[in-house]
Design a protein around this ligand. Structure first.
Ligand code: F6R
Length: 610
């Protein structure tokens, strides 16, 4: 949601900024703009509503200006028009700024500035910032001092980048809330909302923290607090290859990311699977006594990550016997959760920037819970906010619909459940050995899942015009039914529901007729017989069953329209495998319906508002 880029160096900034904004498109946006300066000519501000192509069509990409800032806006307050697009300017046109977040006191500041004779052109909250900087400069403050003072006057959350038309040597930035990352090059410095736009240029980055102000020059960046005191921030080297954020021959990022799952899983498991009978090497700052003393675990997350949390509950309770509650983060934060001594709060978030999840984590910490983030983005807010982090090493996920981040979350949750069971003495050694061996074999099984694509494409061709889908599963595959339904609805806009198969008879069975595809997950586990009975009830009402079963299971052959055989794995690892065909089904149906798979309507990759 909203993206910022900035560049100061020797090259023309225009194409670097447009390419940077392009790689932030996945975050979601509905207008875009940029400002160019630093070559002695007048400041150029170009903005456009709609897709980035509209902006790129208006910008001279060969413009030599070596300094600039750019922005993609996802409208929250005010329509996605060109006038409301960033950058915004001061009345004298010299100070420009881009902003993610919201200035809560902007009305009061506008009144104050208007009373002092300043003028405004838009209705946005952002505009009061450049106007305030210019106003303070009129009173004699140099640009950096005016910037710092103006930041101090803003209430709310912000990531800000700002430049002055007549100051060719710096970009000023500030962070309190939404992320900002500085990229360090050779004689050039970059700024962005996340690391993806930086990857083609540099892998050396600094993550700004809340309360940081930064001055970017061609030589690097100086960071201070609001009072101007220098602040040290570590330089990180991002392990991603630049091609990790490119489509690499695939038609869409989502397809590439589905196919990357074997590798993503291997990377996530690397060095985390013990050899022989050693204990599970999960790098956690909690002592064994802390883990033994846990009385309860609360998991908070949103969307797909919440589905991972439901699988996590199943695994943790089975393996470690700690009671687990799973909550939507947006509900948890407002329900005055009861936190007993010994509560561990796990926030699951791919991006590490989801406002609801961050707030829920904060709420739990304030009430005394220990906190752990399961996250895919190193240096993101969740990883800095939580006491401990387990990273999923899925690599950058660009498609808005989460795929490889989800399956790697499931892998990390399995490891965590095993670790808790091991430390708490509730884990049967044979079960541990079986699950660890199963995890070792999973990447190879995932490769076999990818090979199912042609069969899934046939399903997609047959069912692409359905109005509704029902997904059914039980036990740890019930959340996978929810995830299959979410994937389909968010990218193909077909209504879909996921249900525990046993719950079907309590309502959704009324929907079943010859036009309703029922996607059934029936691994050969303790729930198989029950699921089979539930599906017979659906078939008896003419439901069209598309089944995923364990290799060799012929139980559904007589009643299902089609059956896909999935490699036999331990039932508690089945969720990871059974997810893949559902991702591919959603993907191919969306493509056949002509939908924008990587950027579905109305959705944003990281949801930084409530
Ligand atoms: C669905 C999807 C979303 C996210 C949700 C949470 O495909 O991607 O439902 O899972 O917005 O995002 P994170 O995991 O970044 O907190």
């Amino acid at each position: 949601m909203c993206g910022i880029v900035g560049y100061i160096g020797q090259q023309g900034a225009a194409s670097i900024l447009v390419n940077g904004l392009r790689s932030l498109e996945y975050r979601g946006y509905d207008s875009a703009g940029l400002a160019l300066a630093g070559d002695g000519g007048p400041l150029r501000v170009v903005r456009a509503s709609g897709k980035l192509a509209n902006l790129a069509g208006k910008v001279d990409l060969s413009d030599p200006a070596p300094l600039g800032i750019g922005h993609t806006r996802w409208a929250t307050h005010g329509r996605p028009t060109e006038e409301n697009a960033h950058p915004h300017r001061s009345g004298d046109g010299r100070v420009v700024a881009v902003h993610n977040g919201i200035f809560e006191n902007f009305l009061e500041l506008r009144q104050e500035l208007k009373a002092a004779g300043e003028t405004f052109q838009s209705e946005t909250d952002t505009e009061c910032f450049p106007v305030m900087v210019a106003h303070l400069m009129k009173q004699g403050r140099p640009f950096p001092a005016a910037f710092r003072e103006a930041v101090g006057r803003m209430r709310g959350i912000y990531a800000l980048a700002c430049l002055h038309a007549e100051d060719p040597d710096r970009i000023l930035a500030a962070r309190s809330g939404p992320p900002l990352v500085i990229g360090l090059g050779d004689g050039e410095t970059f700024l962005a909302s996340d690391v993806v736009p930086l990857l083609p240029h540099t892998r050396r980055v600094i993550f700004l923290e809340d309360g940081d102000l930064a001055e970017l020059t061609r030589e690097g960046a100086q960071i201070t607090d609001l009072e101007g005191n220098p602040v040290e921030r570590a330089v990180h080297t991002i392990p991603y290859d630049p091609v990790a954020a490119e489509k690499g021959g695939y038609k869409h990022f989502m397809q590439k990311e589905i196919f990357e799952q074997p590798q993503a899983l291997s990377n996530t498991l690397l060095n985390r699977l013990p050899l022989d009978a050693e204990s599970i090497p999960l790098d956690l700052p909690f002592s064994d006594a802390d883990l033994r003393g846990l009385s309860r675990i609360h998991i908070v997350a949103c969307g797909t990550s919440w589905h991972a949390g439901l699988v996590g509950k199943f695994l943790i309770e089975q393996l470690s016997r700690v009671a687990v509650e799973v909550d939507y983060a947006s509900e948890y934060r407002y329900r005055e959760p009861v936190i007993q001594p010994g509560t561990l709060l796990i926030g699951i978030t791919q991006s590490g920037e989801t406002a609801d999840t961050l707030a829920a984590m904060k709420e739990a910490a304030a009430r005394g819970a220990r906190t752990l983030a399961i996250c895919n983005v190193m240096g993101s807010t969740a990883t800095r906010q939580a006491e401990a982090t387990l990273l999923t090493h899925a690599g950058p996920e660009i498609g808005v619909a989460s795929t490889k981040a989800f399956t790697t979350q499931l892998a990390v949750l399995t490891l965590l459940a095993l670790k808790l069971g091991e430390v708490r003495g509730t884990l049967d050694p044979d079960l541990k050995a079986g699950l660890l061996q199963g995890l070792r074999e999973l990447p190879a099984h995932l490769e076999r899942m990818n090979a199912l694509e042609p069969r899934i494409l046939q399903w997609a061709q047959r069912w692409k015009d359905a109005d509704d889908f029902l997904y059914l599963g039980r036990g740890p595959c019930y959340p996978i039914a929810l995830e299959g339904a979410l994937k389909l609805k968010e990218i193909s806009y077909i209504h879909a529901e996921g249900y525990p198969a046993g719950e079907m008879k309590h309502g959704p069975i009324a929907l079943i007729d010859k036009n309703l595809p029922v996607v059934a997950l029936m691994p050969h586990d303790a729930h198989r017989e029950k699921t089979l009975s539930n599906l017979q009830e659906a078939a008896a009402r003419d439901g069209r069953i598309l089944a995923l079963v364990t290799e060799g299971d012929t139980g559904l052959a007589a009643i299902a329209e089609d059956v896909l055989e999935i490699p036999a794995v331990h039932p508690w690892l089945a969720p990871i495998l059974y997810t893949v065909p559902l991702q591919l089904l959603a993907y191919h149906i969306a493509v056949l319906r002509g939908c924008d798979v990587d950027q579905p309507r109305n959705l944003a990759k990281s949801v930084t508002v409530e």
